[in-house]
Design a binder for this molecule. Structure first.
Ligand SMILES: [Zn+2]
Length: 171
């Protein structure tokens, strides 16, 4: 993490001074042959890997070269849509890319909603099972209590019988 942050600072510094990067910093970026001064340099929010993307990728979602997770390319402060100077073909490509991404995200949302629904069903089932268990426990406690009561009644009866026998014996 700290290394990547240092790299980012180094990158900025290098670009300010010379507009190009030294070869050892470029080798940090295995996916890019060359980092241009117009590139957007940022850290992956998931793994902190230092990424450099062509400025025309501003605002697009890319997959991080290090961790592979989808990452939004930041739009530099003050950047306008005119700054992109894209050809209609490039714009169309980006549009389709964005639509594909949205479609994928919608599918993911649908999947997550499905998962949520099944989790809710499972929770309801578990609650029902728990209620059944609680009912059964109450029933068992009731049976134990009536067993104890029967035992008490039996003891009382036996004691009364013993008392009656003793009375007979004293006559
Ligand atoms: Zn990453």
């Amino acid at each position: 993490m700290t290394n990547d942050t240092d790299d980012a600072k180094l990158l900025e510094k290098e670009m300010d001074n010379e507009g190009v990067l030294t070869s050892d910093l470029q080798s940090e970026e295995s996916e890019n042959d060359e980092i241009r001064p117009t590139d957007i340099v940022f850290d992956c929010p998931h793994c902190g890997h230092n990424l450099a993307i062509d400025y025309r990728g501003a605002g697009l979602q890319i997959n991080c070269v290090a961790c592979g997770r989808p990452t939004l390319v930041p739009i530099p402060d003050g950047m306008k849509i005119d700054d992109l100077d894209l050809s209609p073909g490039e714009l169309l490509t980006q549009l389709f890319q964005t639509r594909r991404m949205m479609l994928k995200n919608e599918q993911r949302i649908a999947e997550l909603e499905e998962t949520l629904a099944s989790v809710k069903i499972r929770r309801t089932e578990l609650e029902k099972a728990r209620m059944t268990t609680l009912h059964r426990c109450a029933e068992l406690v009731g049976m134990c209590q009536s067993g104890l009561k029967l035992q008490g009644d039996m003891a009382n009866t036996l004691n009364r019988m013993i008392a009656l026998i003793a009375e007979e014996q004293q006559r």
